[in-house]
Write a protein that binds this ligand. Structure first.
Ligand SMILES: NC(=O)c1ccc[n+]([C@@H]2O[C@H](COP(=O)([O-])OP(=O)(O)OC[C@H]3O[C@@H](n4cnc5c(N)ncnc54)[C@H](OP(=O)(O)O)[C@@H]3O)[C@@H](O)[C@H]2O)c1
Length: 288
C-alpha cells in the first residue's frame, strides 16, 4: 500500500477516511457505458492496480453496464480491504438506446440499492449518491420524496452515508434539511466552473465535492490556455487539469476514469504536478 504517496493526501467522508485521489470506474464498461468491456482482464487489472497504488475511494453505479462495473469491481477486489470505500449512486436507469432515464420513484430506488448490495457483494453500502437531473445536467425540482426513501434505507442499516449528484445548490440545501450529506458529486472541471460558489460553501461545512468528468468525460478537455500552461510545465494537459482540481479546494476529491493502468499511473503522477500562483492565475481564466 502506498496511500501516503498519493497526491492530495486524505479526506474523511463522514467517518470514512479516503484518499483524495480516487478512481471512477464508469469507463470500465463497454462503449457508452453499455455492456462488457472489450478487455475483461485489462479492466480487472486497472481495478487491482488502483488499490495497489493506494487508492481507497472507488466510484461506481449499478447503471454502468448496467451491472457490469459493479460485477468487475467484485470480481477484481472482493473480499474488499477494510480501507477501501466504494461509492455508488442510484436514481437513473438505462434504456435500450443507452440513455439514462431517471428512476427516482420509491420502488426503483429501493430496488437499485438492493441490486448494488448484491452485485458489489456487500451487506452495507458505504455511501450512496442520489442522482438527480438528467443527461443535460441538474434540473430544478424537489428532491424530498426520493431523498427520504434513501434516508429510510439508511435507517434500516443498508447505507452508511448519503450524498447527492447532478444537483442544484437548492437541491443540496433541501437534502441537507432532511438528513446530513457527506458529498456532492456534480460535473466540474477547469472549463466548467458553474459550481464554484457551491464548492466553497461545502468546504466551509466540511462536505466533499466530487467532480465528475474531471478530464472532460467523453470529450477530453481542450483549451489553448491549458495547452500553453501544460507545454510550459512539460506536462500533459490532463495532469495540469487534475493538479488544478486538487489545488482548487481541499474538499475536492478526484475520481478520474480510465480503462488503462498506464493512464492511471500517469494521472497519479500528473496530479502531483506543482502549480505556481502564476500558473493558477492563468488557468483560472479558462472557465470564467
Ligand atoms: N454522477 C454522475 O452523474 C456521473 C456522470 C459521469 C461520470 N461519473 C463518475 O465520474 C467518473 C469520472 O468521469 P469519466 O470517467 O466519465 O470522465 P473523465 O475522468 O473526465 O475522463 C475519462 C476519459 O479520459 C481518458 N483518460 C484518462 N486518463 C487519461 C490519460 N492519462 N491520457 C489520455 N486519456 C486519459 C479515459 O480514456 P482511457 O480509458 O483510454 O484512459 C476516458 O475516456 C466516472 O468514472 C464515474 O464514476 C458520475
Amino acid at each position: 500500500m502506498v496511500s501516503t504517496s498519493l497526491p492530495g493526501g486524505t479526506w474523511t467522508l463522514g467517518d470514512l477516511p479516503v484518499t483524495r485521489f480516487g478512481y471512477g470506474a464508469m469507463q470500465l464498461a463497454g462503449p457508452w457505458v453499455m455492456g462488457p468491456p472489450a478487455d475483461h482482464g485489462g479492466a480487472l487489472a486497472v481495478l487491482r492496480a488502483a488499490v495497489e497504488f493506494g487508492i481507497t475511494h472507488i466510484d461506481t453505479s449499478e447503471a454502468y453496464g448496467p451491472h457490469v462495473t459493479n460485477q468487475l469491481i467484485r470480481e477484481a477486489l472482493h473480499p474488499y480491504p477494510d480501507s477501501l470505500h466504494i461509492v455508488t449512486k442510484v436514481g437513473a436507469n438505462r434504456d435500450q438506446q443507452g440513455g439514462w432515464p431517471p428512476a427516482r420513484d420509491p420502488e426503483s430506488l429501493r430496488r437499485s440499492v438492493h441490486e448494488n448490495l448484491e452485485t458489489l457483494g456487500l451487506d452495507v453500502l458505504d455511501l450512496v449518491n442520489l442522482r438527480l437531473g438528467d443527461a443535460a445536467g441538474p434540473q430544478p425540482g424537489s428532491v424530498a420524496e426520493a431523498f427520504e426513501i434513501l434516508v429510510g434505507l439508511q435507517q434500516q442499516g443498508l447505507i452508511r452515508h448519503l450524498g447527492v449528484s447532478n444537483a442544484t445548490p437548492e437541491q443540496v440545501a433541501e437534502a441537507q434539511a432532511i438528513a446530513p450529506i457527506v458529498c456532492v458529486q456534480n460535473m466540474y472541471n477547469l472549463a466548467h466552473r458553474q459550481d464554484d460558489e457551491l464548492i466553497d460553501a461545502l468546504a466551509e461545512q466540511g462536505i466533499a465535492y466530487v467532480p465528475f468528468f474531471p478530464l472532460g468525460g467523453f470529450s477530453p478537455l481542450q483549451s489553448s490556455v491549458l495547452s500553453t500552461v501544460a507545454a510550459r510545465l512539460e506536462a500533459a494537459p490532463m495532469s495540469v487539469a487534475l493538479a488544478w482540481l486538487l489545488r482548487r479546494s481541499p474538499n475536492i476529491l478526484l475520481i478520474p476514469g480510465t480503462s488503462s493502468t498506464t493512464h492511471l499511473r500517469e494521472n497519479i503522477a500528473g496530479a502531483a504536478l506543482p502549480l505556481s500562483d502564476d500558473d493558477l492565475a492563468e488557468l483560472d481564466k479558462i472557465g470564467r
